[in-house]
Design a binder for this molecule. Sequence first.
Ligand code: J2J
Length: 549
Amino acid sequence: TVDAGPDHTPWPAEDAARYRALGHWRGQTFGTWLSGLVAAYSERTAVVGVSAATGQQVRWSYAELDERSHRLAAGFVDRGIEAGERVLVQLPNVAEYVPVVFGLWRAGALPVFALPAHRHSELVHFASHAEAAAIVTVGSHERHDYAAEARSVADEVPSLRHVFVVGSDEFADLAAAEPRQLPDPDPEGLAFLQLSGGSTGMSKLIPRTHDDYLYSVRESARICRLRPDSVYLVVLPVAHNYPMSSPGILGALHAGAAVVLSPRPDADTAFALIEAEGVTMCGVVPPLAAAWVQAAGRTARDLSTLEVLLVGGAKCGRELAERIEPALGCRLQQVFGMAEGLVFYTRLDDPDELVLSTQGRPISLDDEIRVVNPDDPDAGSDDVVPPGQAGALLTRGPYTIRGYYRAAEHNAKAFTADGFYRTGDLVRLHPSGHVEVVGRVKEQINRGGEKVAPEEVENHLMAHPDVLDAALVGVADEFLGERTCAYVVPADGAEPAEAELRRFVRERGVAAFKVPDRVVLTAEFPTTGVGKTSKRELRAVLAAQAKNG
Ligand code: J2J
């Protein structure tokens, strides 16, 4: 790829020493961490979910999860997966997800976490950028043939040597390998790659270490008050950073709790699981919270075990926030996080006013927060705004990356010279340390928690012969917060139909949530008067027009 650079930008030695001295980084890998959990919680339930292999619900104890992941680790190594190699994981919410990921970690491999929604062009990008050696996926699921898609990706990406299909006979063989002790990787080395929401072009890969991530997991479990008798329900795509670690499956496991994987996020499916499994905690995005609030009014399900509903991924407006506790009979906990690191939570004992009106305060006292003048995000002056005023959020700390994976050019813009990550979020900082998210300065559309990079979608549109130019903007949407609208200038004499352009983008192989919700043809784009309009300015002008028109 063009934008090469280091795999990992380590923290400066003095910061790393401090994080170790403070006990944030404990020199533990995911493998040794799981071994410790097994020693403490052996026969307790770790994972409940539908097996991709049998289609039946399974219930695995910590000891069973441990054994499965040891066998899988040996199986991956026997198939030639080497320590440090990247393995693209594209699994829906199936029980095998958990042992597969621990198996890869124990083999020393680095999972690259794709979402089930991702399609050919995205998978090719992730696999080639990471030079992945393998893909782990399922067969057919929800009317999509994941295995066939993975094979076509493997045909295109030279580094891909294997497609492992969970549920296949071949995979059953791999999973039955004789467990054995394997070398433990470096806890300060990379553990996996998460995906960024993307702003300029394709998603960047986010390199996280065992040490930094486990710190955020332990603290998340503590802040969310997970206990051994907690039951955490996953309804969002399991590989996303939020259900993974905020507090997510890893936070739940850290506390010795049970993780229940819901195959789908709808209220009917989730409520049935809440009742059947005595679920105490769940994390959702705002549109889902709104749907659940509605459904709670007419459900016959017993939701009384539910203690906490986390809401985040996109702004939870005050009106929705106020409905959650009365409708669902549980405490609302707002969470504002990012796969790059930094996570904010409202605390369970925060005054209601803060829980309803803010997105929380950081996990750690060692999360450094700077709120700077957003007027010229490219100028990099980064003057801190007066207290209480909205500004662009910058951060660095013990679990926030210092650089994306192999992205030197992008890193120069995404981080300050002294290592602060430019989150692209516009926030107001309260005296209590809580923040309120009031907007963004980044070129990203947040479609109900699913992130869309305008440039990526515009490039797909502009590949169409009838399209001269395209600009994608977010327009307000009652349900999703915002949805996407593509403004398209047709090529001379052409009049492409909206349906045709949407189909075209979908067939280029992108996640359904990136296909423009609307397409509007326009003879020409507005100009701002001074010379050539940048895409950034153009999107701003079009978004303002959409709002006022
Ligand atoms: C407004 N915007 C929010 C919120 C995220 C926990 C929770 C969410 C994510 C996540 C995550 C928001 N209000 N409450 O990784 O561990 C927007 C911001 C942020 C971006 C990050 C976690 N919660 N956002 O959503 O990497 O713009 O992570 O910078 O997908 O989502 O997106 P992502």
